[in-house]
Design a protein around this ligand. Structure first.
Ligand SMILES: Nc1nc2c(ncn2[C@@H]2O[C@H](COP(=O)(O)OP(=O)(O)OP(=O)(O)O)[C@@H](O)[C@H]2O)c(=O)[nH]1
Ligand SMILES: [Mg+2]
Length: 304
């Protein structure tokens, strides 16, 4: 992974993970730990967005490890193994069973303002670098300026742009866009949709319809349904996953805005409680600011 991106990612979560590690180190070296000190540790983990269930689990295990500890026990090693075990090797890769030469589609979904359009541009750029033939499909027909914004990203990424006219049915736009991708012999279509609140019935109905069109068009292994989540969303992220997962078959998550004080715990929670692999992390507003999420590397950097 590129050094600068990595640094920015860890900068965002550095303060809170620094505090947690410092506390673990202190508790580990204490002769005895008072019950309220264990409670404080639990609260600290919860405030890092890790969620109550996971916080309790970590505190309990750490406590047991400390009680049974021998000279050579390393809590850092335990923590690394504990956190890395949330993820499976290689699960961040897109289209694991796809035919790479046939058309593949990434459908980006999520509430307003999380970074869908920006992420569409970044993904297009990365795919172009890998030699894919890419089209960005603008199915956000809701907001007037949406097409212009996506078109700028298409130009930056050096890929084709398929425009839906404002007010058009997004599902119809996607259908026409995919038709055109086949005609142009493209290998990857990235679909950007309008964001609204996750409790908005129109949004959910629209996502469901677009997803159905894509799945009728392509076999499942050629499609990724990726939920874009703001890493700062905290507890609300779970409400978003819950409502969107009811209408589209999500295959993974992209967490954005790691460069701005995200607390990190959300990553483990998304994986554990929703069983969704984390595919990419957004670390800025630029076209190269997207990191493929490699769990081993990430956890190693977090713990060490
Ligand atoms: N700092 C930071 N900002 C980001 C990141 N990703 C997106 N943004 C910013 O977040 C804001 C919203 O991004 P968009 O891509 O327009 O979000 P969207 O989900 O398409 O929004 P709607 O179409 O209105 O639903 C913009 O100002 C982006 O520059 C990121 O990883 N880090
Ligand atoms: Mg958008």
């Amino acid at each position: 992974m590129e050094k600068g991106l990595w640094k920015r990612l860890l900068q965002g979560i550095g303060r809170i993970t620094g505090e947690v590690k410092e506390r673990l180190r202190e508790l580990w070296s204490q002769k005895s730990v008072r019950p309220e000190e264990w409670e404080e540790l639990e609260e600290m983990l919860i405030s890092a967005d890790i969620g109550p269930a996971l916080a309790v689990e970590i505190v309990e295990e750490f406590r047991r490890l400390k009680e049974q500890s021998r000279e050579d026990t390393s809590w850092e090693e335990w923590l690394y193994r504990k956190l890395v075990a949330f993820f499976e090797e290689g699960e961040h890769l897109l289209f694991p069973r796809a035919n790479p030469e046939a058309l593949k589609t990434i459908f980006l979904v999520g509430i307003n303002g999380v970074g869908k359009t920006t992420t569409a541009g970044k993904l297009a750029y990365l795919a172009r670098e890998r030699g894919e033939r890419v089209v960005l499909i603008g199915a956000d027909t809701f907001r007037a300026a949406a097409n212009e914004q996506l078109e700028i990203w298409a130009r930056r990424a050096g890929c084709r742009f398929f425009r839906g006219s404002q007010g058009a049915d997004p599902a119809a736009v996607v259908y026409d866009g995919l038709q055109s991708a086949l005609k142009e012999n493209e290998t990857l279509a990235i679909v950007d949709t309008a964001g609204r609140s996750h409790v908005n019935k129109n949004l959910l109905a629209e996502l469901e319809k677009v997803s159905r069109v894509i799945r009728r068009f392509l076999p499942d292994e050629q499609v990724e349904h990726l939920l874009v989540l703001d890493a700062l969303a905290g507890q609300n992220a779970f409400a978003q996953v819950e409502s969107i997962t009811r209408v589209v078959p999500l295959t993974g998550v992209i967490l954005t805005k790691w460069d701005s004080q995200a607390k990190g715990g959300i990553l483990f929670r998304v994986r554990k409680e929703f069983g969704l692999p984390v595919k990419y992390l957004g670390v800025g507003e630029g076209i190269e600011d997207l990191i493929p999420f490699e769990a081993h590397e990430f956890v190693r950097a977090l713990v060490s």
